[in-house]
Design a protein around this ligand. Structure first.
Ligand code: GLV
Length: 313
């Protein structure tokens, strides 16, 4: 890499010190500037970001590449001043993918083994065995068949769950039943007892977890949302839980993060809340991927995992 290349680091999560040491270790010649005191904006060549503020990227006139600190890029594409023509790459880190699959497996097993009901029983001091299905009788449907959806589906299939997957465009994946398009979604929902959302957030997927979707699931189905908060129409969830249409929801992402104090999800006995930790980006495994993208850009080689802004991922 040419000496003097400057990278702006901007994250809403407190991870700058760990990122700096990993990036410097791999590429000592990289000049790392941590937001907000990053000097002359015209000196910045690369921006490594998570939830950059509106207009930040547009203020960097010589920006060559935008690198996402996460797998999703809605936090970048949502900026109305996003500079057109500057390529964007999403982070595809096998360790992050595996972490997401762990979260999905954890929640699917909790829902399958009725852990929500056993916690409610424990709270009331009740010792009672509930009827239990086998994994093979508990169909799981995955929304989103990108790297993460496919990986998580494979793990669930190996635990014995019948796995289906839905994506915008048709895909064939060994070991899964796949569906595509609006009609395909309704078909899959009708036979899904645990619905897992791993979609990217786009104008087409926003609000996909809504009353209509819940009504298409069999009574007593459960949902897992590890996509984005805006996939879920939050006001539709509590009525679906309270009517028994849904038995539980495991949510890692929310319309507003941190989830505001007093939000009904905090204390609902059938909602499992985690603070957006399903796939935490680990600088030790992600930094080599970031450096590889910068080197590709410097050397004029093709980028990997480049985002198509028109598609939204
Ligand atoms: C986390 O939400 C990510 O996009 O990686």
């Amino acid at each position: 890499m040419k000496p003097g290349m400057a990278l702006l680091f901007r994250s809403s999560v407190d991870s700058a010190a760990r990122w700096q040491s990993e990036l410097v270790r791999l590429s000592p010649e990289l000049d790392i500037r941590i937001w907000p005191e990053f000097g002359d904006p015209s000196e910045i060549d690369y921006a490594l970001v998570w939830h950059p503020e509106t207009g930040l990227l547009a203020s960097l006139p010589n920006l060559k590449l935008i690198l996402s600190l996460g797998a999703g890029v809605d936090h970048i594409l949502g900026d109305p001043q996003l500079p057109r023509g500057v390529p964007i790459v999403r982070l595809v880190d096998p360790y992050l993918t595996a972490a997401m699959s762990e979260y999905v497996a954890l929640q699917v097993l909790r829902l399958h083994r009725q852990d929500v009901d056993y916690r409610i029983q424990q709270e009331a001091g009740i010792w009672r065995e509930l009827p239990q299905k086998n994994a093979g009788e508990r169909p799981v449907g995955i929304l989103g068949l990108g790297e993460i959806g496919q990986h998580a589906g494979g793990k669930l299939a190996s635990l014995g769950f019948p796995v289906s997957g839905w994506s915008r465009s048709a895909k064939t994946i060994a070991g899964f039943t796949t569906y595509a398009g609006a009609a395909g979604l309704m078909q899959m929902l009708g036979k899904t007892e645990i619905l897992v959302c791993l979609l990217p957030l786009t104008s087409q997927t926003e609000g996909i977890l809504c009353a209509r979707t819940f009504a298409a699931l069999p009574v007593g189905a459960a949902i897992v949302n590890a996509g984005r908060g805006r996939h879920l129409v939050e006001e539709d969830l509590i009525p679906a839980l309270d009517s028994g249409q849904l038995s539980a929801a495991a949510l890692d992402v929310f319309q507003e993060e941190p989830l505001p104090p007093g939000h009904p999800f905090w204390h609902h006995p059938r909602v499992l809340v985690t603070p957006h930790i399903a796939g935490i980006t680990n600088p030790a495994t992600a930094a080599p991927i970031i450096i590889d993208s910068i080197r590709r850009c410097e050397e004029g080689r093709p980028l990997v995992n480049q985002v198509d802004p028109a598609q939204g991922y």
